[in-house]
Ligand binder design. Structure first.
Ligand code: ADP
Ligand code: MG
Length: 342
């Protein structure tokens, strides 16, 4: 338990930052993780503080463990027929999250919350659930039963016991909103580390791209490779981030909605790089569940993201759009690396 929590606090990405002029940094804990926002240029301190406030305000709205949040209100009324008032932003996020479930069926579902609870991932006591408990929780997972009425501005969960958990998308959404706040304040260079979601706003102050390291899932103080980022997010999902051990078996926090068990699809981690910060976060979780072949097939069907896949076999699969500025650093750690073409 202690180790699982400690591993949360170690920054997963190694950052090679620019040597800026005026620089301000906010470090804080929210959305269950350590975050930092580093801003360069005139007005950096005020802008960084405003971006932090934006992220904290989103947590207060979206967290299912904050009693007064919009999501807690939605969950509290599951199955009682009440359509719960949401704000426009939250409805947009819920609609987006539902749409992700359609992209790769069976991999992503924000109504996974009862299953997270059955495993104890929400509280302190993590454990393998018994079959009946897990089956009962699994019967409640179905985002088709999250009904959104955009005209009325409401959302409703159809069945009692259903519950929404935005853990897989909240940080990407927060990155997009924090970037908007920074841009509004005139910021042209900043780096957000929202807990395994690294967002580059603009280039570094010297005009070159940010350099961001992707952690070794076996030892997140080491990194496998370095990628270049500019106006993009690199979001990593992996089974190494939050886990517990029972009877010698490791269980992690990304659940395969087809089985109710931690995803075991042949990947140790997935890093998605995209100029769409929200998409990067949602897809890192989804593709971690989907596995390497489905992830690469999906990549070939789109042109709005790139991937670094770390397989169980110790292979790094890197999509060709990342080639410029890519540096492999995993050789001494026992990995090999392959560029994947379309
Ligand atoms: P992290 O929270 O470590 O950044 P992710 O972005 O991959 O990693 O999100 C994992 C979180 O998403 C879990 O803690 C849980 O709240 C939720 N979750 C777990 N499995 C799924 C899933 N298959 N679909 C949607 N959300 C999930
Ligand atoms: Mg995610």
């Amino acid at each position: 338990m202690k180790r699982a929590i400690a591993s949360l606090l170690i920054p997963v990405f190694f950052l090679l930052t620019g040597c800026g002029t005026a620089e301000a940094q906010e470090q804080f804990f929210t959305m269950d993780t350590v975050m930092s926002i580093t801003v360069y240029g005139k007005g950096a301190a005020e802008a960084a503080s405003a971006a932090r406030q934006e992220v904290e305000a989103l947590n207060a709205k979206l967290s299912r463990t904050e009693a007064d949040s919009l999501i807690s209100q939605l969950n509290a009324h599951a199955g009682d027929g009440t359509a719960v008032d949401m704000d426009g932003d939250t409805l947009e996020l819920l609609t987006f999250a539902k749409s992700v479930s359609q992209l790769l069926p069976g991999c992503f579902d924000i109504t996974i919350a009862p299953v997270m609870d059955a495993w104890g991932f929400t509280g302190e006591e993590r454990h393998v659930p018994d079959d009946d408990t897990l089956a009962a929780a699994m019967a409640l997972v179905d985002s088709d039963k999250l009904l959104i009425d955009e005209a009325a501005g409401t959302a409703r969960l159809e069945t009692a016991g259903m519950s929404v958990d935005l853990g897989a998308v909240a940080k990407g959404w927060a990155a997009a909103r924090a970037e908007a706040v920074l841009r509004e304040a005139g910021v042209t260079s900043a780096l957000l580390d929202l807990g395994r979601n690294i967002t580059a706003v603009g280039p570094k102050t010297d005009g070159t791209a940010w350099r961001v390291g992707v952690a070794d899932p076996e030892d997140d103080s080491q990194y496998l490779c370095i990628v270049s980022l500019e106006d993009q997010t690199a979001s990593t999902s992996g089974g190494y981030e939050r886990w517990f051990e029972e009877d010698g078996v490791r269980y992690h926090h990304i659940i395969d909605p087809k089985t109710g068990y931690p995803a075991d699809s042949g990947l140790k981690s997935v890093t998605v790089i995209s100029s769409n910060h929200l998409l990067a976060d949602a897809l890192s979780t989804t593709l971690f569940v989907a596995g390497p072949e489905a992830a690469l097939d999906f990549w070939r069907s789109r042109d709005d993201f790139e991937l670094v896949l770390c397989t169980d076999q110790g292979q790094l699969l890197v999509t060709e759009g990342l080639e410029a500025g890519f540096e492999f650093r995993g050789e001494e750690l026992g990995y090999d690396c392959q560029i994947v073409r379309r």
